[in-house]
Design a protein around this ligand. Sequence first.
Ligand code: ACM
Length: 451
Amino acid sequence: MRPVPAASFAIIDGGTAVSAPPPLEGVAAHLGLPLAADGAIALALDEALPAEAYRLEITATGVTLAGGSPQGVFWGVQTLRQLGRELPGGVIEDHPRYAYRGAMLDLARHFFTPAQIKAHVDLLVQFKINHLHLHLTDDQGWRLEIPGWPRLTEVSGGPGTGVDGAGPGFLTLGDYADVVAYAADRFVTIVPEIDMPGHVNAVHVAYPELTADGRPVAPRTDAEVGYSSLVAGREETYTFVETVLKTVAGLTPGPYLHIGGDECLSTPPEDYRTFLERVLPIPGRFGKSVIGWHEIAGVDLPEDAVVQYWRIEATDDAVARAAADGRRVIVSPADRTYLDMKYDADTPLGLDWAGHLSVERAYDWDPAERLPGVGEDAILGVEAPLWSETLRSVDDLRYLTFPRLPAVAEVAWSPRDGRDWQSFRERLAAFGPRWTAGGISFHRSPEIDWH
Ligand code: ACM
């Protein structure tokens, strides 16, 4: 922001209106102010700007917010809302560092309802997150209706599913479409994940004919990983996978289908390769780019495949080779971005296998310096996953999300030389009263001098 005389500011009050051309009326609605042709806040498109960029000019007489697209204007609206009702005069010109700025929610270990997911979207967009990755399936539950395979949700989305049996539920086709549309209205792309070939106990419980020996399998509600696998050598496996991915692709307007691929500890390496060689091209046949966790980088990847890096170790030759071959990478190192890690030893929720994740650790790192061979050009973006083994409520979800999600979101949005921990912690402190007033639970991290 340019320095301006202190006396120059605009005030938003009950009488403030917004003017917007028709393509921006939907965006204007997110300001919660009336529309009027001579509104003091003027929204506009400026095609000279990149799509997600915006320029916000505040003077004593009003506000002009121009964006390269409705999405750019929407991000400017978020900045305007953060500034509060007394707007300091000046010009903000802003655009994102990365195209993909994500959060992930694990619905498999604990289900959240469409209303809860939508409320989460509303909180995420305040920090300019533009992708919500939904981890829809895992050993403990299957959370999306698939026509032709009703037992997936009747059995594996039903009572007693989730970790400790405490997180039942599933999205009907209509629920999923509703969440996708709500997110799209806020410029958030839903990235659905169907995890395979591991993490499939819920599939085997529902359809024992997909196991290696066709025998029934007991439901699992513990938090172990790595014990289940689809069978690479059976055609039935691919009939199942193809139907599921076709259904999900048909329901999803966004460009990505995530096929998991992580922690296949009980899949022999040969079978893992056989399976992925069959499955990695399937999203492409339905017009989607495949995303997989970094384990997929050991297999030949489609040209548009995206690798999601989650390791703690700061090297990975296979990911570096994939990047050198032109594959893009989403950077989600568990020790910097996993919101399910405890803040510190006293945090009542969360896990600690990747260490403790303070707000400063979530903030003070650089995606392009994390992995040798995976530089700025290879990085599609940054995502903060939230696994839900220890979550039992929306308050729990928010407690682990805030205030660390804003830290990762700024890593994804702002250039390295535009970021500063002291400045961030001061700006973050201002959210405390807002979250409190909004009934949003958050961790009162001692690193922040909360207002
Ligand atoms: C993962 O954390 N298993 C991707």
